[in-house]
Design a protein around this ligand. Structure first.
Ligand code: HEC
Ligand code: HEC
Length: 505
């Protein structure tokens, strides 16, 4: 009996072993492989805080991330929906690798491997970094924390919406383009993961396109602007078609985000253009919605990395790029002190001033009211439900009735001026509205050190067309911030001196 067992195991035992392998070992192995392959959630991290700001994740790739190779392939698949070659044509900035080659993704995008696929999405830097050039033949300098004055957010959104609706948004066109770019997808990616990802992405982008339909009905924002709070309403599923027409066409200029610590200490300033929130942290988390995150997907730890950095980040000085006439600036200092300091702070680094960080009623400031009206009480109430159940639930959003008196640090890099970017230069802002340019061009990164603003009278440069901002369109009004208190009645000589002093900010 024993012998026969050794020579030939009983059929039952053999069946048991086979069954065991089939039902336990094999599925376990497959599960382990699948888990390793598809269960990952790893962001690409950067040690240096500035690299983290430019390329680090805020968590948006979880829900919104574009599969890396689809992101890379789309400009080649849908070139007709871009103003020129590549993401560069939308005003995105590509840095160079140490070997001189171009980086694979632009400043303001982050990478994360999630559910078995490398994904790309935007981060804070896409709206808060740009370049400046002293002349057309000079190299651009990348400035972190300044408004992304060349980035066209609306054209960026429209590119994906239009491409997803195009018949070429399919594996038949995308996979060959990935190949052409040198993407070596393995068998599983080629046969299964990417074809599936292409379908999922198309559905998602098209669904989103439906929700963002109102965007297409707006006047162009052009580069450097976004309709902040109408975009936020979409997150709450507001019925956009039923909103009052006056809530729309409310483009806001991207602001600079340096020196946040001084905006919370010694007192918490009311900020955002209309002063609707007093805490830096809520403004940051609110901004994170712009990077595609939601309460369950936000990457709090990594956002805190950005928060910590912007607390003390500082703008580069004007005099590192152009000379300042010190004697003339000294003549401008007392004029600034007399007229401007109470609302805007003692200098570009000392923000003390009686009214700094408070809201100036619209009736007094008189600038375009669209941005103010776009932020409604109903939206404020809805924002108070954000992060409900979390210790950091939003509690500070409020409806205001004017625009905030903000510090002017790094002022020279914040052109065009006012909340809607409707005045091209500081010199123009010191003129009464009737004498300010009625239309001008946005998107040039060449600087005009005399008027103090970016060159705004050139429609194009080297094949790149700039955006013509027409101040007569809704949301683009360039009125207000005028009269004696705002310096528009000063003599031409005093204005020149004041502008020279503002270069020191
Ligand atoms: C889609 C573009 C966009 C992205 C992405 C974005 N921001 Fe902003 N940010 C804006 C705009 C526009 C405003 C001004 C909002 C307003 O008042 O209308 C703003 C305002 C701010 C402010 C307040 C500035 C002030 O003084 O009033 C801070 C701070 C800020 N953003 C930080 C961040 C951080 C941190 C991130 C990433 C988590 C981020 N932003 C991502 C566009 C963006
Ligand atoms: C009563 C308060 C008050 C006074 C006085 C005042 N401002 Fe302003 N200023 C504001 C407010 C409020 C805004 C925002 C208006 C808007 O964007 O719609 C603003 C906006 C600005 C901006 C645009 C900032 C940006 O990032 O786009 C500049 C520049 C500016 N002021 C300079 C000055 C100068 C120079 C003076 C003195 C000649 C001055 N202001 C006097 C309240 C004031």
């Amino acid at each position: 009996m024993n012998e026969s067992v050794e020579q030939a195991p009983s059929p039952w035992k053999r069946r048991f072993i086979v069954l065991f392998i089939l039902t336990v070992v094999l599925p376990g192995l497959v599960a382990a492989i699948v888990a390793r392959r598809f269960g990952t959630d790893e962001a690409v991290d950067y040690k240096s805080p500035t690299e983290h700001f430019k390329y680090g994740s805020t968590g948006g790739e979880h829900e919104m991330g574009f599969p890396y190779w689809i992101w890379r392939a789309l400009p080649g698949v849908c070139p007709q929906y871009l103003p020129g070659p590549g993401y560069q044509s939308l005003g995105m900035i590509f840095e160079k690798n140490p070997d001189g080659s171009e980086r694979d993704v632009p400043v303001g995008t982050s990478k994360r491997r999630y559910q078995g696929i490398d994904r790309v999405f935007v981060n804070c830097a896409v709206c808060h970094v740009s370049t400046v050039r002293t002349a057309a033949d000079q190299a651009p300098t990348l400035v972190l924390g300044m408004p992304a004055a060349t980035f066209n957010m609306k054209a960026f959104e429209e590119f994906f919406f239009k491409c997803a609706a195009d018949p070429k948004f399919s594996k038949e066109y995308i996979l060959p383009e990935i190949n052409r770019l040198g993407g070596q997808l393995d068998l599983l990616d080629r046969q299964l993961v990417y074809p599936l990802a292409i379908d999922i992405m198309r559905d998602r982008v098209l669904a989103l396109a439906g929700r963002f339909d109102w965007v297409f009905k707006q006047h162009e924002w052009g580069p450097g602007r976004v309709d902040t709070f109408n975009s936020a309403k979409v997150i709450f599923n507001f019925p956009m078609q039923h909103l009052h027409p006056k809530e729309f066409d409310a483009p806001a200029d991207f602001p600079s985000i340096w020196r946040q610590r001084q905006r919370k200490e010694p007192k918490e300033m009311q900020l955002h253009w209309d002063g609707n929130n007093t805490t830096v942290e809520e403004r940051n988390r609110s901004a994170a919605f712009g990077t595609g995150t939601t309460p369950p997907t936000i990457d709090t730890a990594r956002i805190q990395g950005v928060e910590a950095w912007i607390l003390d980040a500082q703008p580069p000085a004007f005099r590192e790029f152009f000379p300042i006439d010190e004697a003339l600036a000294a003549r401008g200092a007392p004029i600034y002190k007399q007229y401007c300091a109470a609302c805007h702070g003692a200098s570009g680094s000392d923000f003390s001033g009686e009214y700094v960080g408070t809201v100036e009623p619209l009736a007094k400031i008189g600038t375009d009211r669209r941005r103010l009206d776009s932020y409604t009480y109903t939206l404020a109430v809805n924002q108070a439900t954000l992060y409900a159940g979390y210790p950091w639930r939003f509690t500070h959003f409020q409806k205001t009735h004017g625009y905030a008196n903000m510090p002017l640090d790094g002022l020279w890099l914040r052109a065009p001026y006012l909340h809607n970017g409707s005045v091209p230069s500081l010199r123009d802002l010191l003129e009464p509205a009737a004498k300010r340019p009625k239309a001008f061009y946005r998107g040039n990164d060449i600087y005009d050190p005399v008027k103090v603003g970016f060159v705004s009278d050139q429609p194009a440069l080297g094949g790149k067309k700039f955006f013509r901002l027409d101040t007569s369109l809704p949301g683009n009004g360039n009125g207000g911030h005028e009269g004696k208190a705002y310096g528009t009645e000063l003599s031409p000589g005093d204005k020149t001196a004041l502008v020279e002093f503002l270069k020191t900010f």
